[in-house]
Design a binder for this molecule. Structure first.
Ligand SMILES: Nc1ncnc2c1ncn2[C@@H]1O[C@H](COP(=O)(O)OP(=O)(O)OP(=O)(O)O)[C@@H](O)[C@H]1O
Length: 366
């Protein structure tokens, strides 16, 4: 695995500060021209993705998410601007450098893209076979990644005998076997049920933490962004609507596109609260609505005593909901608490539940 460190890929990142797994878009544009006409899919996209971060891309259908993601491994070529991976302009790559880039940048897909005629071992080994790696090393590396994704013992199984979650684990193992620095995920959990989605998300987060791998993902599920992303980019009609840390963008969405995308997350709120909710506090006395999600696993139910200690005794429960999905507990607790002080950063450092985020603000007397 390439060396990784703590340095970020800020605007001044040059070859000295380079850390494997950073991506920079510089004024990226993409125009498709076909018999149907000209489509301006991306315009003036300039943004940095720090090595080792989990970066989410959201936007309505047709906003340009896939086009942008696919410029990172040159499945799409920008028609304007540059894409730099670890500080290098990948447009300049010849054939062998491009092959090497595709090994450094793995990808997983919504429908897994597994070969049905090959076993789990055969599917995962494929990139190494193509690269001409020796049999003993293939054996060792496939074993290593199957262990990492929790599929030990499934080597000889064919994809048709696997569940959706297991198929995606094979997809992840196949992407990791080349020891990439970056993993691109195109709607990787959209075909999975909520419980399996959670297990794949925790696997991705675990991989990100253990291997220091950069993950760039597209999703239409805002809960996915909330669960695992550090930063989020909202695209609207090919342009950047807004971008920043998830707690900031989701806690205080500024762009209409973001607010529309986040609307499903506010479902379930009492009408009298939802109708008075604003995206930023009206004054110092405003109350923040904080949404905690949790599962029954790992004892992650929010502890009320800790919430009161953190948020103050004025904390009120606005809504509480418990579901059982396939026998597993899935809960949501919405509380109101004084918004004064730097609440988002106070919340972000806490391991209070599976997810904790501010969904809006209401006047103190709401
Ligand atoms: N190969 C292509 N030829 C012509 N137009 C294309 C091509 N690929 C994408 N487009 C157009 O570019 C725009 C952006 O498409 P893209 O797939 O990047 O959006 P998206 O946000 O990923 O959408 P979705 O969420 O529906 O997958 C759309 O208008 C789409 O129709």
């Amino acid at each position: 695995m390439s060396s990784r460190g703590a340095a970020a890929s800020g605007p001044s990142a040059g070859s000295e500060t380079r850390v494997a797994g950073s991506v920079r878009f510089e004024g990226v544009g993409k125009v498709y021209t076909s018999s149907a006409g000209r489509v301006e899919a991306l315009q003036e996209i300039s943004i940095d993705i720090a090595a080792g971060s989990v970066f989410g891309i959201i936007g309505r259908s047709g906003a340009g998410k896939s086009s942008l993601l696919r410029t990172i491994n040159r499945l799409e070529q920008p028609t304007a601007g540059r894409v730099l991976v670890d500080g290098e302009d990948i447009a300049a790559y010849g054939e062998s450098a491009l092959v090497a880039l595709r090994r450094r940048v793995g990808m997983i897909f919504q429908h897994f893209n597994l070969l049905s005629a090959k076993t789990v071992f055969g599917n995962v080994a494929l990139p190494l076979v193509v690269a001409g790696v020796g049999a003993a090393e293939i054996e060792a590396r496939v074993g290593e990644v199957l262990k990492l994704v929790g599929l030990e013992g499934k080597e000889r199984t064919y994809p048709s005998r696997l569940s959706g979650g297991q198929k995606q684990r094979v997809g992840i193992a196949r992407a990791l076997v080349s020891r990439p620095d970056i993993l691109l995920c195109d709607e990787a959990t959209s075909a999975l049920d909520p419980e399996t989605t959670l297990s794949i998300l925790s696997l991705l987060k675990d991989i990100n933490r253990r291997l220091g791998l950069t993950i760039v993902l597209i999703t239409h599920e805002m809960s996915v962004i909330r669960e695992i992303c550090d930063e989020v980019l909202v695209l609207e009609a090919g342009r950047i609507a807004e971008t920043g840390p998830v707690w900031q963008v989701f806690g205080n969405p500024r762009h209409e596109a973001t607010k529309a995308l986040l609307a499903p997350l506010t479902r379930g709120l009492p009408e009298e609260i939802a109708s008075r909710m604003t995206s930023s506090p009206a004054n110092d006395a405003a109350l923040a609505l904080i949404d905690f999600t949790y599962t029954g696993e790992g004892g992650r139910e929010p502890d009320l005593a800790r919430l009161v200690a953190l948020l103050g005794s004025q904390l009120r429960i606005v809504q509480s909901q418990l579901d059982r999905i396939d026998g597993h507990l899935s809960g949501r607790l919405i509380v109101s608490a004084p918004a004064a002080g730097d609440l988002p950063s106070r919340l972000s450092g806490q391991d209070l539940a599976h997810g904790a985020r501010i969904i809006g603000y209401v006047p103190a007397n709401a």
